[in-house]
Structure formats: C-alpha cells, structure tokens
Design a protein around this ligand. Structure first.
Ligand code: AHR
Length: 799
C-alpha cells in the first residue's frame, strides 16, 4: 500500500513537472506585433536583384558555355591552355603567329608546323576550364578558322576524349585539305556517345604541313532558353527571381589601369572581332558574354538591366578631363544601343544582332566605387549629357554627389555577421530627403568559411532592415554572384560551380527567400526579444596602422596587478606576429614604416580577459593615426581602437565589424600619445593622454530580426524572422488589424545543425530551405523560431 502511494505520488509529481515544463517551454520569450491596419511605405518592385560581375571566371569558364579555353589565342605570346602531342616519328611545333591575322582585331593565331615523318600523327589538345563537361547524346558545334600555305594536305580530324581516354565524339572537317593562304571557317556537328565532366578536345593531323588556326570553339547546342548561356547556372539565376541585374562589375569595369577598363563597344558584334581583355580578377575575358548578351540575359530573366559604365577612372589612372568626351559618349551610345529605335545608329547595330525591340535600360551607374574630387567632376559631365538627352534614365552615383544630383547612391558593405546584424537598423532613421539608396554590394566576408549559415543569418538580418525601409533603399544585390571553384579570386560567392556541378551557399537561399516573398507594402512591426552578447570578450593585443607610419613603445598588459606582457623590444620582435607592413624593433620601439592599409602586429594570448593594455604611440607620417588591437582571437575576429581613422578625423572602436563610440578626433605627427584600454567583462574604456574617450559595452545583438509586408493582390501577410541565436526562440505573434486569418499558412525555414554549416559541390543542399504547412489558430498565435534560422511565414487573410 505504501509502495502504491509512493508510486502515485511520484507519478503525480512527474505529471506536474511535465505540465510545468510544457507551460514553461510555451511561454514566449519574444513578441512580434504586426500592425496590419496601418501599412507603411510601398516596397520597391526592384528591391531584390543580382550583381553580375565577371569575376572568378563567372562568364568565360562559367555561364558563357564555350568549352575551349583561349580559343582565339589572344591570351599571351604563348599558346596558353593548348598542348601538342606527337606519335610515331612525327615532329611538330606550335607558336603564336601574327603574320596574317584573322581580322585586324584578332591579331594572333596558332601556327602548327609538322615536319616530314614516316608514320605518326600530331594532336593539338585543349582541356577547357579544368575539363570540358560532355554529356551523352548532347550535341556540340565545333568550329574554327584555318589557313595554310598549301602544304597541309591531310584531313583535320576532331575527337572529344574522356579523362581516361574514351572517345566520346569524332568527326572530320571537310575541305581543310589543300587549304590556301586565305582564312576559311569550318564547322562540325558532334554528338557525344558518352559522358565525362573532364573531357578534352583533340584536333588530329598527319605530317607534313603547316596550318594556322584561330577561333577554335566547341559550344554545346543546348543553352538556356536557346540564348547561349549554360543552363544550370542560368537556372540558378532565374531561381533568385531577380528584379534587376547590375553588370558587368565591379572592379572589372574600372580595371587596374585605363587600358584594362571595360568598354562596351568592344564587346559587341562578331565574337571573332571582340578583343579579349585582361580581367583584374586574373584572366583574359573573351567578351563572348558581351553587352548585347548581358542585355538579352536580363530580358530572359525578366529583370531590369543596370549598366555600370566606366566614368573615366581606373584603379590607378584617370582620364584627363579634356579627354572625357569619348567616355561620356560611350554612356549615351549605350543607352541608344539598349533603347534606341532600330533606325538609330546604335539601335540598328542592336537590330542587326537579332534584337530589333528595345531592351528597356532605365538605370545606369556612373562608375564603380569611385569617389573624391575626380569623381565629382566626372559625374557632373555624365549627368549633364545624359539628363539632357535622356531625362528618363535614373543615375546611380558611387558616393553622395556634390556638383549635380544623383537619383540613387550605391553603398557597398563587406563585413562580419555581427556587423550586418547591427546594421539592420541602419536605415530606420535614415534621412528621407535626398537620393535613394542602392545597396549594390554586400556580403558577410568574415568568419564565414566559403559561405556558411551564420553568414546568411547576418545578411538576412540586414535585409529585414532594407525591406522595412524600402522607401529609402530601392535596390539591393549580394556580391559576388558566381565562382568557378577552380579560380576563387574572391570569397565567399553566392553560386559555386565547376564544369558540371553547381550549388548555392546558404546566402543564396536567403536571397531567394527574400526575393520570392517580397510583398508590396511594409507593415509596421514591433519586435520585443532578448538581447544576446556575441563575440569574444577575451583575446590577445596588437598595434597597427592604416596608410600611416608610426612607432609604439612601453607596451604593457596587466591584470589584477600582475603583468601579462611588457615589451622593451630588446630582443627584436620576438613574441610578435607581424601580419603585414614593415616592422622593425629598434631603440626600444616597434616601428612600422609601410604606407599600406590594414597593417597589423599582434602579441599575447587569446585567452586573456579583463586586462589593462597601455602603450605609447607616435605618428611618423601618412594619412591616419593608430589602430590599437585588443580581444584578438584570429586575423578576422578582433577589435581595435581606431585613433584618427577615416582620414584622421574620428576616433572609434571597431568591434566585430561594428563601429561604436564614434567621436571626432585627430592624431598629430611627431608627438607621443599615452594610450590605455581597460577591459572588464563586456565593458571597454579607452583613454587618450589620461582622458576617457570611450566607455562602451560589448555590443549586444538582438536575438530576432524581422520584417513584415503584405501582398496587394492576395492580401497575404508575409513575415520574415531571423533567429541569430543558438536557442529556439518561443515567440508570440500578434497580427493587429489583419482581419480574419486563415487556419493554415506556408512556412519556409532555412536552418542547419551548426551555424558553420556550408553547402558544397558534393553536398549542394546540406543547408537548404524546407517549406511546410502550419496551423494558425487566430490572429495571435505562438511560434518557435529554430536556432540559427531564417523563417518566412505566408499568412492568408480575409477582410
Ligand atoms: O564584389 C567584388 C568586388 O568588391 C567588386 O568588384 C568591387 O566593386 C568591390 O570592391
């Protein structure tokens, strides 16, 4: 009996405990209140777009499906990416030749000289971009231009071979035998009898004889919409449902020097007359994807084109003002090419290229990331010429303009996930007068591997702020878009591919979720949620400069009266990690004499916390002041006190990409400053010459970031919620003034076990969104947003 009573008691306690825990778990920690009765600003229909830069082999070796690399032999004075193989007693050599070009713009061709031999053959081989992706039963067009001196008397055979030597396709060019000295073009249609993602092209010939070849091209016949783009990559773009495409760059438009600047007129017409151009991202671009093809791609994507035109400025040189006319004319002619009637000069060229109808270019960006007085005066030239002839064209400027107005200003951000979380409020209090904003490039580039979930969370948090403020921010695009995984000039990139495979990083899905669920009008939203402290409050110390020479001495770190580090530099720079710059320990000081940016030297232990860091610093020359590093975990996860930053006008703490405690300030040359940083828990105190300059706390982040919108046509309410914490966030959602809410809603969630999770060529959808239907009991309902997640909830309402 006693035992039974005890058992009952235990059972009751267990039931009570469970009941309590259910109530506890369901008690929402956060509340999202959507005011559906008082809609806010309209959401720009062109809010979410893409930025296509020819970077990382995005065009050649990417979406432009040419399988042959260096098809026109223009890449250098050597036949790059081509090799010659002989068999038997055959002997042959190949060389770049400029004696009789295919046309005046295509200067180089390949000359193959075969000596007389008893037996054997000569093979010219091209492996494409790390292998040609050949697919069984798919059709390919092989074409080339050839000439000879009459000595080439054999047929020219073509074979596509798999990596292991299997013959996948074969054909012979008719009429090559007995070629004269004039260039002739030939084409062969080949059908593959097998598949291999790493195939190669072999052109076979028998000695003796001499032949010149040019424009050797192998193109798959199946392209996206039949318009010449690689279907899987173009399909990924279409999946983003972009409302606009900014193209063709980026730094690629500027070029390092003016001779490498992108000029659209050199990218149209016969591909054999498009001169390949050295790309700042370290390869030659054929311009197979030229201005016309970009416009056609925009049209096929249903997206508005946004052309970035070079404004007469490269990274290192500017076009003199008196020579700017030609560059401004380029902009006017680009508009005419895109929009002019087929009877106009450039409209006729477009019509001849197969597109008599206009392409509807409405927006043009003058330059990329250019600024300063040189930009202001050049922008004015473009503005005057374009607005006089085409007042309907919206002009995007790279910086706020001074001499002429801008319709839109382009802002670029590359930083940490936490920076973007903090910046989610950037536009909430933004001035509503003045030009609109285009966030033309943004991406988490720190602590994100090759694109992980945490990066996507940071960007998505920022995007909720963009959407909420779409009256100010009218366009936004992630950057960069593509990377051929074999040529990663920038990291991370939204869409990764090789010759046959493709995947989107988690940020791809974040972009897709926002774009597919845009809504037409903002609904005001209040988020009540807990704050979380992100980032490390411990770490090593360091010193650095930005375009400045300086010296540092008496560096000391103490904690609770104990010295952790004291440097007199008697033993050189021992114990210091010199990350960049020119550092020398001499006469008791650590001296930095390079004028590079982001120059750093670090020392100490990354587990140090709650310490006082003191030193003396003296500026020797250059543009700014000092960077005093603390809480250094690694090259990316660090904090610094920036003294005399931003051109020697401000002092501020830069922590996890966020700038805090910003005050006006300047560092003089030649005088020693006393610097002290005191760290206690999350608190940071910074003293300059004994005077407290900053007293800030480690920035706390919100657990949840959200935006709400409504679709005009269906009345659906769309709620986007980003949970950046490692815990599920139980939330109460209140829809005020929403009318009747239907009983089920579609919920799409992007999440994964770890915020460090990434997709890969092998596991392309490890982190991918999942959509399901959820029950909605009424206008107020509980929901739990999973740890590390982006959720989009589409709720149907009736008045
Ligand atoms: O997106 C990569 C590069 O970043 C772009 O070329 C340039 O505009 C920016 O600096």
């Amino acid at each position: 009996m006693r035992l039974l009573r005890q058992t009952i008691l235990v059972s009751v306690l267990v039931i009570l405990f469970h009941a309590a825990s259910v109530v506890f778990a369901a008690a929402p920690a956060a509340t999202l209140t959507v005011d559906a009765a008082h809609p806010g600003p309209r959401i720009s229909p062109t809010l979410w777009g893409i930025f296509f830069e020819d970077i990382n082999l995005s065009a050649d070796g990417g979406i432009y499906p040419e399988l042959v690399r260096n098809r026109s032999f223009e890449d250098s004075e050597k036949p790059e990416y081509w090799s010659l193989q002989t068999s038997g007693s055959a002997k042959a050599r190949m060389a770049i030749d400029e004696t009789k070009p295919l046309n005046p713009l295509n200067r180089r061709s390949l000359k193959i000289t075969m000596e007389k031999a008893d037996f054997g053959a000569v093979h010219l081989i091209n492996g494409g971009y790390w292998g040609m992706a050949i697919v069984k039963r798919a059709e390919y067009r092989l074409s080339l231009a050839a000439r000879s001196d009459g000595s080439f008397r054999c047929p020219l055979a073509a074979g596509i071979y798999g990596w292991s030597g299997e013959l996948l396709a074969y054909g012979e060019f008719e009429g090559v035998k007995g070629l004269s000295g004039d260039w002739k073009t030939f084409a062969l249609d080949l059908t593959a009898r097998g598949s291999d993602p790493h195939a190669m092209l072999l052109l076979g010939m028998s000695p003796p004889g001499t032949i010149w070849l040019d424009m050797v091209s192998l193109m798959p016949k199946k392209t996206w919409k039949g318009h010449g783009l690689r279907p899987d990559l173009a399909g990924m773009l279409a999946g983003l449902r972009p409302s606009f495409v900014r193209f063709p760059g980026g730094c690629w438009v500027e070029g390092d020097e003016l001779k490498w600047a992108y000029r659209w007129k050199r990218t149209i017409g016969d591909v054999a007359e498009r001169v390949p151009l050295w790309n700042i991202w370290k390869y030659y671009a054929t311009h197979g994807l030229g201005f016309h093809e970009y416009l056609a791609m925009c049209e096929d994507l249903g997206a508005e084109p946004l052309l970035v035109i070079n404004c007469g400025m490269s990274h290192r040189e500017n076009v003199p003002m008196e020579k700017m006319r030609e560059w401004v004319q380029d902009a006017l002619d680009a508009i005419e090419y895109a929009n002019g009637p087929a009877t106009s000069k450039w409209g006729a060229v477009r019509a001849k290229a197969g597109h008599p109808a206009p392409f509807h270019l409405k927006t043009m960006e003058i330059g990329n990331e250019n600024g300063g007085p040189a930009y202001q005066e050049r922008y004015a030239l473009f503005y005057d010429a374009i607005k006089a002839r085409h007042p309907e064209i919206r002009l995007v400027a790279d910086v706020p303009t001074e001499k002429r107005p801008a319709d839109i200003v382009d802002e670029h951000y590359y930083s940490s996930p936490e920076f973007f979380m903090v910046q989610s409020e950037r536009y909430d209090k933004y001035p509503r007068r003045g030009p609109k904003i285009y966030v033309g490039e943004y991406a988490v580039t720190q602590n994100c591997g090759q694109g992980n979930l945490r990066g996507a969370l940071g960007e998505a948090a920022f995007m909720t702020g963009i959407e909420r403020n779409s009256d100010v921010v009218v366009m936004a695009s992630y950057a960069p878009l593509f990377v051929n995984a074999n040529h990663r000039a920038w990291n991370p990139d939204l869409i990764n591919f090789d010759s046959s495979r493709v995947y989107g990083i988690p940020s791809y899905y974040a972009q897709k979720m926002f774009s597919e669920n845009r809504g037409d009008v903002v609904l005001p939203l209040q988020v009540a949620c807990r704050m979380v402290s992100e980032g490390s409050t411990s770490g090593a110390i360091g010193v650095g400069t930005w375009v400045t020479q300086a010296e540092f001495k008496d560096i000391k770190v103490t904690r609770a009266g104990k010295t952790l580090l004291a440097c007199d530099f008697a033993h050189g720079t021992k114990g210091w990690r010199l990350l960049s710059g020119d550092w020398k320990a001499q006469d008791g000081v650590l001296r930095q004499t390079s004028l590079a940016d982001n120059v750093r030297a670090v020392a100490g232990d990354k587990n140090w916390s709650d310490y006082t860091y003191s030193l003396k610093a003296r500026k020797l020359g250059g543009a700014e002041g000092f960077l005093i590093l603390f809480r250094v975990q690694n090259d990316q996860d660090k904090a610094w006190w920036n003294l005399g930053g931003w051109g020697n006008v401000r002092h501020a703490i830069e922590l996890g990409g966020a700038v805090t405690g910003d005050v006006p300030g300047r560092i003089e040359t030649g005088r020693w400053y006393d610097i002290r940083i005191e760290l206690q828990g999350g608190n940071i105190k910074c003293y300059l010459d004994g005077k407290l300059v900053h007293d800030v706390n480690h920035p706390a982040l919100k657990a949840l970031y959200a935006s709400a919108s409504r679709v005009d046509s269906s009345g659906e309410i769309i709620l986007k919620v980003v949970n950046v914490t490692p815990a599920d966030e139980a939330t109460e959602i209140k829809l005020v003034g929403a009318g009747r809410v239907e009983g089920t809603a579609a919920l799409t969630v992007l999440t994964s076990a770890s915020p460090a999770d990434e997709n890969s060529l092998e596991r392309p959808a490890k982190v991918a969104p999942v959509t399901r239907s959820v029950a909605i009991p009424g206008p107020t309902f509980p929901d739990t947003f999973p740890a590390h997640s982006i959720s989009v909830l589409r709720l149907k309402t009736r008045p």
